[in-house]
Design a protein around this ligand. Structure first.
Ligand code: ATP
Length: 296
């Protein structure tokens, strides 16, 4: 079985306060983009094997796809048969694009089919929440707002496509570090996600770019000059709406037109070192993801 696990970006990410369990209460608006890891799942005689084309990703029980297999095995008492998963990594690792969470989500879908478990959407969501805050959203992707620690997801029907140039500097930023360094007393306790949702529904591109927001951006930018540089490169290339995704370090610029995004990505590539990865991507809907992965 072949599945694709897509990257996400955060068009808006607000930290609303610290919770007693140590997590932050957040409100975010997420959008899937068409940059994907290819996941090949094969049944075998016994055991669990996970491999990844990127050697920095662990292949043992620390791998989120491995954790998804273990979770299904323990919840449904499946000891046999064996499963092999190979991840062909296209999404930069630890980049704020939820690559690992997407791998875990698609592994849940794959096992549901391969082992004929008949798990409902709600059952998959409950399992996904045990694997990580972004995993429930990554199960279905598209455009969605999420709250709680990110696991309470409301999907939105947004028709207008948007295009993005992503710059991924060759550094890793730990999500835990980024969350710990936000000065929570200085963040706005009222999120503008509802406003962004209505701007998206109206197809108001200018309104959208003036309300892009990420509370994690300030501490990450202060500590990592590469993130400031990536922002500057996109702004110098003429993009008005620029924001860091998630806990970074990936920075995106948003554009209303595909050819403009491709042209800008080419321009940016010609200006930076080849270790910095640059992608021209478009938003992708939940329906398109489900067709691509035959999830229906
Ligand atoms: P998020 O946006 O959800 O915070 P991210 O894009 O910043 O995620 P990931 O690519 O998911 O980060 O990787 C975070 C960490 O998880 C890395 O340190 C990596 O070693 C580990 N990891 C475990 N499994 C995977 C996987 N299947 N793919 C990528 N990273 C994985």
């Amino acid at each position: 079985m072949i599945l694709y696990s897509f990257a996400k970006i955060n068009l808006s990410l607000h930290l609303l306060g610290k919770r007693p369990d140590g997590y932050h209460e957040i409100e975010t608006l997420m959008q899937t983009v068409d940059l994907a890891d290819k996941i090949t799942m094969t049944e075998c005689k016994e055991g669990t094997t996970v491999t990844c084309s990127d050697p920095i990703v662990p292949s043992d029980e620390r791998n989120l796809a491995y954790k998804a297999i273990d979770l299904i095995r323990s919840n449904y008492r499946i000891t046999k048969p064996g499963i092999q998963v190979h991840i062909d990594k296209q999404i930069p690792v630890a980049s704020g694009l939820a690559g690992g969470s997407g791998n875990a989500a698609m592994t849940l879908h794959g096992l549901n089919k391969i082992w004929s478990l008949g798990l409902s959407r709600e059952q998959l969501m409950a399992l996904a929440a045990k694997l990580g805050s972004d995993v429930p959203y990554c199960l279905f992707g598209g455009t969605a707002r999420a709250s709680g620690r990110g696991e309470k997801v409301k999907w939105l029907d947004v028709e207008n496509p948007f295009y993005f140039v992503l710059i991924n500097p060759p550094i890793a930023v730990s999500s835990a570090w980024a969350y710990q360094h936000v000065k929570i007393d200085l963040t706005n306790p009222v999120s503008c996600v509802s406003l962004i949702v209505s701007l998206l529904h109206d197809g108001d591109f200018d309104g959208l770019i003036s309300h892009l927001h990420n509370d994690l951006e300030s501490p990450v930018q202060s500590a990592f000059s590469a993130v400031r540089e990536a922002r500057g490169i996109l702004a110098d290339a003429g993009i008005m709406g620029v924001l860091m995704s998630g806990s970074g370090p990936t920075v995106f610029g948003i554009l209303p037109d595909r050819s403009e995004a491709e042209r800008t990505a080419d321009l940016v590539r010609s200006r930076i070192s080849p270790q910095w990865r640059v992608f021209s991507v478009s938003s992708i809907s939940q329906r398109a993801i489900s067709l691509r992965c035959s999830l229906d």
